[in-house]
Design a protein. Structure first.
Length: 100
């Protein structure tokens, strides 16, 4: 009986969290990442979700219609920095990700 209650509570909590999430939609525009002078720009058209930054990433520019978040890990978890539309930010080489 006790196990049934725990399962019921967990299922209810999962359902509520699912209802609270907003649907993901792609940002209109581009996110561009500069690495080095000898590498082409990494351009992400209408980005949606989490994207791992290139290994030598140095500068990210947000030319989308919404904010972009930069993370220190490759999974878009933990603390982040918000980059407003029309702005850019330095990123640490070797790790990180961004989400739009």
């Amino acid at each position: 009986m006790r196990c049934s209650r725990v399962i019921l509570v967990l299922a209810s909590a999962s359902a509520v969290l699912g209802l609270l999430q907003t649907p993901a939609s792609a940002a209109d525009g581009t996110v561009t990442v500069f690495q080095t002078e000898v590498q082409p720009l990494a351009v992400y058209e209408n980005p949606s979700g989490c994207h791992k930054l290139p290994g030598a990433a140095h500068v990210l520019t947000n030319a989308t219609d919404g904010p972009v978040r930069i993370y220190g890990d490759p999974f878009c978890l933990g603390p982040s920095l918000e980059v407003a539309p029309g702005h850019g930010a330095h990123v640490a080489p070797g790790s990180g990700s961004f989400s739009a």
